[in-house]
Design a protein around this ligand. Sequence first.
Ligand code: EPU
Length: 419
Amino acid sequence: MDKISIRGGTPISGTIEISGAKNAALPLMAASLLTDEPLLLTNIPKLSDIASMTELLSQLGVSVTLDAPRNMKLDAKKIASTTAPYDIVRKMRASVLVLGPLVARAGEAHVSLPGGCAIGTRPIDFHLKGLEAMGADILLEDGYVHVKAPKGLTGTTFTFPTISVTGTENLLMAAALAKGQTRLVNAAREPEVVDLANCLNAMGAKISGIGTDTLVIEGVDRLHGTTHHVISDRIEAGTYAMAAAITGGTVLLKGAHLSLIPIVAALLTRAGVTIEEKEEGLLVTGSPNRLEGVDVMTEPFPGFATDLQAQWMALMSLATGASLITETIFENRFMHVPELCRMGANIVIHGSSALVRGVPQLKGAPVMATDLRASVSLVLAGLAAEGTTVISRVYHLDRGYEELDEKLRACGAHIERLK
Ligand code: EPU
């Protein structure tokens, strides 16, 4: 299994091109199931999660081809299977995104229940309750959820008990082909949901309220193909902004937009980082002094993303004073804490909060990645630490960061992949 070795202490400097957003690309790929015409997606990132979704869609009968390295053509002329098997779902929870489109187009779906994961239990009950409210029958058997709506789905009003990103995406896709009007209340407002809604409208869907917490969908009989450009990855942009910040370097994040990371940018600025909007993207400059501790609470968009919480914690480990980091989205997303502590960080967990008392220096150590964002927080810590950090289980990183080692190496980081 690959490892990543980092010799820390060098400020990173240069340009990093931000890739297309993983969490936008995955639902957009699933949306190809909604039409018998080809969907062309441009700006697709090269990631193992994208490969997993490609494998799943291929099994369902979708022909997936790359016209160019980042241009993916998905053609679901015929649905060959309506089953998302355990083998793929357990590798990637986002596989559940085929549920809504399959039921809407084929009248049924059989999807393995994803089970828990490194960051929490992560049930899919809202996805199922929403489909049930639209007239589907749901049966749980053999670890699979079997959803049937042979006569099609019917529009309804569904209120999410708490905000769910993929839950909103699944029901949005299902509602696009349902009979009549669907109202999704307390819907997610994440830019990835907006991107999906815009693509669905380009495919002939009738969605209004895009970007608000109430989505109104007038169902249509059929959708058609289109070409859609995937938005840039705000989590990747936030991560590299923090890489510049933690090493005291300067990086131009090409293709990054302030509107996608408003709170992160504001909090980085408060901590002492300079962020300037340029024509090509965002120019991030670390502080010549130690950063200041700033408290953070994760929240649905436009709040501070849970997917940047671990990275923020690495940053705050080296700040002056203390920072209170509260995780409100997932119940178990502090797996990086013991690893950061092995590198000399001073962090105590109290329930859903972590109190980070900044230390002047971290020290390199062998550490273990537990999930995608936890792994990258260890990369950030390694970039700033004295000595060498070796991170094992880096397959987590390859799920969501395109060419991370190459991108950082091009900015002067001493980072190597050990095969
Ligand atoms: N929840 C339920 N029932 C449901 C759905 C969600 O209780 O039916 C709970 C979850 O357990 C969690 C909260 O609601 O406590 C929010 O979860 P959400 O459904 O929004 O998460 P998700 O859709 O499974 C997406 C991203 C995650 C990201 C979260 C939160 C994708 C493919 N995944 O997950 O991304 O952390 O939204 O923003 O879009 C990552 O990229 O590293 C990642 C984990």
